[in-house]
Design a protein around this ligand. Structure first.
Ligand SMILES: NC(=O)c1ccc[n+]([C@@H]2O[C@H](COP(=O)([O-])OP(=O)(O)OC[C@H]3O[C@@H](n4cnc5c(N)ncnc54)[C@H](OP(=O)(O)O)[C@@H]3O)[C@@H](O)[C@H]2O)c1
Length: 249
């Protein structure tokens, strides 16, 4: 990676843009002068984020209604949102779920498979659909988690999906040296996902963390959005913590 490379022009696709980190990253991109291309499960769910982006950019905000688990709907939605020949400057592969939170022996097999389908297969779907439209020098941020490398009781499906996403990221990085492919671990962030963790019945260190000890969503969002609007730092790793990205601000 050459840190002096200018970022290519074009929109940055953000999945899971309706709320949480995805919404905050979308707004931070707009604040940085980058056009976000919003993807959520419905247009209605994207309305708040869309309004915030419109306020900042003062023009039409492009949105895609698609479920990342639905390959054909996702592919067609991305194709329809872009002009013929138009390229993306980047991809934020953010959509994700934490459920099921259960010990392995108690987990519902269908719920376990659904987590893998959204977080890992869905992440692959997004890359498979968007890569043909990604400009040379484009940046990919796949939202991973510390759970890819550390154990938390109850999170077996989530941890497995994020470990898989990191290996998918590393493999793509080896295949495509013309791109910047990163797995980003945002750190514990006060979003709806943390509410679901609090409400779960399997205890672990993250569930015990008070909400006011978690970082606000704007903090990792700004660090992640910065990957798409300026020169990249030379030291950047394939798996990077949002904390490390903040230190280069
Ligand atoms: N918060 C943390 O502490 C933390 C820590 C490490 C990693 N992460 C990762 O960061 C990412 C964002 O997490 P978050 O905390 O912002 O979670 P969140 O508040 O639960 O938001 C998740 C987002 O993903 C969307 N989504 C879920 N399933 C989808 C699907 N099948 N297709 C399209 N969109 C879907 C949701 O859309 P709906 O509104 O339609 O449900 C929502 O916009 C996730 O990948 C998560 O694993 C979060």
């Amino acid at each position: 990676m050459d840190p002096t490379d200018a970022r290519p022009a074009g929109p940055v696709l953000v999945t899971g843009a309706a709320r949480g980190l995805g919404a905050a990253i979308t707004v931070a991109l707009a604040d940085g002068g980058v056009e976000p291309l919003l993807l959520g499960r419905s247009l209605a769910s994207l309305a708040d984020t869309r309004a915030k982006v419109a306020e900042r950019r003062g023009r039409t905000v492009r949105c895609i209604a698609a479920d990342v688990a639905d390959w054909e709907g996702l592919r067609d939605g991305i194709d329809a949102a872009l002009q013929p020949g138009e390229t993306l400057a980047g991809i934020v592969n953010n959509a994700g779920v934490i459920d099921p939170i259960d010990r392995v022996e108690d987990s519902d097999p269908a719920a376990w498979a659904h987590c893998i389908t959204v977080n890992l297969v869905g992440g692959f779907h997004v890359l498979r659909a968007a890569l043909p439209r990604l400009a040379r020098g484009g940046v990919i941020a796949n939202l991973s988690s510390g759970a890819a490398a550390a154990e938390h009781a109850g999170w077996s499906a989530y941890a497995a999906s994020k470990a898989g996403l990191e290996r998918l990221s590393a493999t793509l990085a080896a295949e495509r040296p013309d791109l910047v492919v990163l797995a980003v671990r945002p750190g514990v962030t006060a979003t709806g996902m943390q509410d679901a963790i609090k409400a779960s019945h399997v205890d672990n260190a993250i569930r015990q963390m008070p909400r006011d000890a978690m970082q606000p969503v704007e903090v990792p969002a700004k660090a992640i959005a910065r990957l798409f609007s300026g020169p990249l730092p030379g030291f950047i790793e394939r798996v990077v913590e949002a904390q490390a990205l903040r230190e280069i601000d």
